[in-house]
Write a protein that binds this ligand. Structure first.
Ligand code: PLP
Length: 369
């Protein structure tokens, strides 16, 4: 089955094979694996040893993002969130429910927020301490310009928390070049092509404050304190040890492929094949080409009444391609992931399968509903 969703992604067999073992998390062999993951992830994030550290948490991206918000934004602190997609709305909800005050900067889910809009919002409200932004918006497929927005945040003397969950490993970002960034947040199961199960924050240590999180489980300062006390190979609480073992192999493969630039090139080509392929089938991509990111392509559902999402997903699955059976865009779409251990050649096959599945359903009018 070709899994084309924006996480958890299709993995390579070597990654899955690393899970076929019982592991004691405190075993010295495993401690070395875990410490090595932290070091390699810090390097991929462009972190500066001593200034930044990899602070992982068991669980999913939402957990890691909440931990970053709680650990870095003071309780009651004001956070600007550009709201141009479903994951941005989730980030805003995490901040709000953690007792931080969210200032929303609404925008359509079809285009990125601009650095100018961020600068204006920050100038208008000096009480905003942080900007919480989604890098790659996994709802629609747009990419917010983390480099330019980071520069605007820096110029305004504020702080940035970057939800790079569907971006990290593919889209460029270096903490060393972004001193305004308190944390970049991502997971094991997206562009780094590991198993789901671990959330990562690579954070500035000088911005952490013991106890600020108001939650022991989600306190990054405590994750750091634990590393200082028990070693970088030690993890608080029971880890998904097999997922970590698999992730170490995924990082080997990431390096062997050529790191972030190579991954971006492959995903970008997957996206191009898909975007042009669905257009050639008479379908309408949800985004303009210039706003289309390399992580996920969303496509307007066809106008033909013969189209319905679940039967389409089922017909596609019967042809060996699995996509999401829901959409997160403002208008009805179907979503196809471009990330994971997938080649452009396989993407060409997926486009053919999409055409065939539409045929199976008898969908003739393919333009947007
Ligand atoms: C996947 C994702 C998350 C986190 O999702 P989980 O299901 O909690 O792992 C957060 N933000 C973005 C942009 C994502 O793509």
């Amino acid at each position: 089955m070709l899994l084309l969703i924006p996480g958890p992604v299709r993995t390579r067999p070597e990654v899955r094979a690393a899970m076929a073992e019982d592991i004691a998390p405190w075993d010295n062999e495993f401690r070395a694996v875990y410490a090595g993951i932290r070091e390699r992830v810090l390097e991929i994030a462009g972190g500066v040893p001593g200034l930044h550290a990899t602070l992982p948490l068991q669980g999913c991206g939402h957990f890691a993002l909440e931990a970053a918000i709680r650990s870095l934004v003071p309780p009651g602190g004001r956070v600007l969130v550009p709201l141009n997609g479903s994951y941005a709305r989730r980030a805003a909800r995490l901040a709000r429910e953690a007792g931080r005050e969210v200032v929303a900067l609404p925008g359509p889910d079809t285009s990125p927020v601009t650095a100018g809009e961020i600068a204006a919002a920050l100038a208008a409200d000096p009480a905003i301490g942080h900007v919480l932004m989604v890098y790659s918006e996994t709802g629609s497929g747009i990419v917010n310009d983390a480099g330019a927005v980071g520069a605007a945040v820096r110029a305004a003397g504020r702080r940035l928390i970057l939800d790079a969950v569907s971006a990290f490993g593919a889209l460029p970002f270096s903490l060393a070049a972004h001193p305004e960034c308190d944390a970049v947040v991502f997971t094991s199961g997206k562009c780094l092509e590991g198993m789901p199960g671990i959330g990562f924050c690579v954070a500035r240590l000088d911005r952490l404050e013991a106890g600020r999180a108001g939650s022991w489980s989600l306190d990054l300062a405590d994750v750091h304190a634990h590393a200082l006390q028990s070693g970088w190979g030690s993890i608080r609480f029971t880890p998904p040890a097999q997922a970590l073992a698999a992730f170490a192999v995924a990082l080997d493969l990431f390096a062997r492929e050529g790191g972030q630039p190579a991954r971006l090139a492959r995903y970008g080509e997957n996206m191009r094949v898909l975007y042009e392929g669905v257009r050639a089938l008479g379908l309408t991509p949800y985004l303009e080409r210039r706003h289309q990111g390399p992580v996920i392509v969303t496509v307007h559902q066809p106008a033909d009444p013969a189209f319905a999402l679940q039967p389409f997903v089922d017909a596609l699955k019967a042809r060996g391609v699995l996509i999401s059976n829901f959409h997160n865009t403002e208008a009805p779409t179907f979503r196809v992931g471009c990330i994971g251990a997938v080649t452009p050649e396989e993407m060409r096959g997926a486009v053919a399968a999409i055409g065939a599945a539409l045929g199976d359903l008898g969908v003739r009018r393919r333009e947007a509903a």
